[in-house]
Write a new protein. Structure first.
Length: 122
């Protein structure tokens, strides 16, 4: 899993790079900060709470649906919902809270074994 960190950007600039990495066969974790307001009661409460508290969200992108489900379960996602996947785009799972913390830690562990830094890091 490779980290694409958009937390310091004013806009989500790395989401395209994260999707491209997934299309190439990798798993891409795109971390971003959602707006704090404007969410409907139909949106999952865990995501509304994270957004209103200013905490990040992430998209975990992958072309391999089964691998994506297994990764999400391993990270602690209780209800895995796959989004997207049309027109050659990778599917994704939305993450926040503890599953997101675990995913970021996993990316840092992977990157410490490799020489390539995560995208968006200084």
């Amino acid at each position: 899993m490779r980290l694409f960190d958009d937390l310091t950007a004013d806009v989500r600039t790395l989401v395209g790079e994260a999707r491209a990495y997934a299309i190439e066969g990798g798993q891409a974790l795109h971390v971003w900060r959602p707006p704090s307001t404007g969410w409907s009661s139909n949106d999952p409460a865990v995501f509304r709470r994270a957004a209103s508290a200013g905490r990040p969200w992430a998209h975990l992108f992958d072309l391999d649906r089964d691998r994506l489900r297994r990764t999400a379960w391993r990270l602690g996602v209780r209800r895995v919902v796959l989004h997207g996947g049309r027109r050659g785009r990778p599917v994704h799972v939305d993450l926040c809270g503890k599953p997101l913390e675990r995913a970021i830690a996993e990316c840092h562990q992977t990157n410490s074994r490799n020489t390539e830094p995560p995208h968006g890091s200084a």
